[in-house]
Design a protein around this ligand. Structure first.
Ligand SMILES: *Cc1c(COP(=O)(O)O)cnc(C)c1O
Length: 468
């Protein structure tokens, strides 16, 4: 006992002090980027971590505690650096990938963000030289594209839904079909948002069938709103009924209620020509007489994160004056990106210029051609003796973002295997490369889908594969 205590003490004496560690080249390099005090903080953590392990009896590194402390320090710094926002190559084939930033922005939107980053006309009118309406250009483009009387832009669609429910239904009842009480993406549950807004939920009908008369029977003196929610990420098929937007609009008018539809994915144009069927088009809902429609800016629209509220003039005016608007409004970069994205729609060039739609519209043959060219390039560089093997297989890409869950996006996948490395090792190496490559693993194979990799990223992807 006494002996081991003595040993422990002598081991602890080998532990470097924080100032010793701070004098190492590793710490100096960290200090030059992160500043002295942060380098000191990380050094303290590294030494402390090591001391705890020594006390806990883990002495496998007791011979060189100074070197080990330096390793720990560099590890702490590295994981901090990795945790920042970094560009990645999305090789998953999931086009609207929420974890990877949802939609890739168009060149025009990127340029617009860059320009707006300095001073810009966010709330300034060049013609009069006076204060202007914030973000009005983007709103006007949306008015044009949706046919709505007016539009307001907030932080995201969840904020839009919360805002609309709070402004028009707080303290009253909201009638909604049981089939639409959905959860979208884990943390957006329609019933929870309703509760938060101070409205009371009045469920009607059944999961698969809700009739107009169900809505009518549920309407009473406390009813403020009829809510329709697009179930986005799932579909009920088979024996189903829901009233049309037009029918609900009549009912709402008759009873003096607001008819609100949360569309979510928000297609501005019909996308059935590129295989995205069953997604509601905003203009159709407005046409059918829906009073307020909300949708995301970064799902099928292919723009920046935003929540768009489109609808009747007097309702939007009420939202614009509401104190919550100040808390939910967006910044100049969002308006800039949105304006640029919407101008592409107005020109009719969305399928070519908006990356989300362009990637969704790629046919299997087009991808097959790219895969063949890509593998030619790769094999040239790799040589014959490589341990890395590639096969081409059929598969599906995904729309993602809780939109069009049943769309079939046939693709050609590159399937990677290695003589000695497991699929998870390969995936790990790709993820830790210079530009992280995010890929899927299915049945012990790493799968790469070029649908979501653009031509400019292919050279980098080749480098990452060579580095395996
Ligand atoms: C995605 C979605 C939302 C949430 O949109 P965010 O822009 O992510 O906040 C809300 N409602 C529906 C129907 C959706 O599909």
């Amino acid at each position: 006992m006494a002996k081991s205590k003595q040993t422990l003490n002598s081991v602890l004496r080998g532990l470097p002090s924080v100032s010793d560690l701070l004098a190492t080249p590793t710490a100096c390099e960290i200090a030059s980027t992160a500043g002295e005090s942060h380098a000191a903080e990380l050094s303290r953590r590294a030494v402390e971590e090591l001391r705890r392990e020594v006390l806990a009896g883990n002495q496998s590194f007791k011979r060189n505690l100074a070197g080990e402390a330096e390793n720990r320090l560099s590890g702490l710094w590295r994981s901090e650096e990795l945790s920042g926002l970094r560009r990645v190559i999305n090789a998953t084939g999931v086009v609207i990938h929420t974890n990877l930033g949802r939609s890739r922005l168009s060149d025009a939107a990127r340029q617009a963000i860059n320009e707006a980053a300095g001073y810009c006309t966010l709330e300034y009118d060049i013609e009069s030289g006076k204060r202007g309406a914030r973000g009005r250009r983007a709103e006007q483009l949306l008015i044009e594209l949706t046919g709505a009387e007016d539009v307001l832009i907030v932080n995201n669609c969840a904020a839009a839904a919360f805002f609309v429910l709070t402004a028009f239904a707080s303290g009253g009842e909201v009638v909604i079909s049981r089939g639409e009480l959905v959860e979208i993406g884990g943390d957006f549950r329609v019933p929870d948002v309703l509760t938060q807004s101070g409205a009371t939920l009045r469920e009607v009908g059944t999961t698969n069938r809700t009739k107009l008369s169900d809505y009518e029977k549920a309407t009473g003196p406390n009813t403020r709103m009829i809510l329709r929610v697009h179930p986005s990420n799932y579909r009920i098929v088979g024996f189903t009924t829901v009233p049309t937007a037009g029918e609900l609009s009549h009912l709402a008018k008759e009873h003096g209620l607001v008819l609100y539809e949360d569309i979510g994915s928000g297609a501005l144009v019909d996308l059935s020509s590129i295989g995205i069927a069953g997604e509601p088009v905003v203009a159709d809902s407005i046409d059918a007489g829906v009073d307020i429609v909300t949708f995301s800016g970064d799902k099928l629209l292919g723009g920046p994160q935003a929540g768009i509220v489109a609808g009747k003039r007097e309702l939007i005016a009420k939202l614009r004056r509401h104190p919550l608007y100040r808390a939910l409004r967006v910044d100049k970069l969002t308006y800039a990106a949105l304006e640029a994205t919407l101008k592409i729609y107005r020109r009719g060039d969305m399928l070519n210029e908006i990356p989300t739609l362009q990637m969704l519209s790629m046919g299997k043959e087009q991808i097959a051609t790219r895969v063949a060219q890509f593998l030619d390039k790769l094999n040239d560089k790799l040589g014959k003796k490589s341990d890395l093997k590639f096969e081409i297989s059929d598969g599906d890409s995904a729309t993602g973002g809780g939109a069009a869950p049943d769309a079939k996006l046939g693709t050609k996948l590159i399937s990677l295997t290695h003589k000695t490395l497991s699929a998870s090792r390969i995936e790990h190496k790709l993820r830790f490369g210079k530009t992280p490559v995010i890929a899927r693993i299915v049945d012990d194979r790493v799968l790469i889908d070029l649908r979501t990799v653009n031509a400019a990223e292919e050279a980098e992807l080749v480098e990452s594969l060579l580095a395996i």
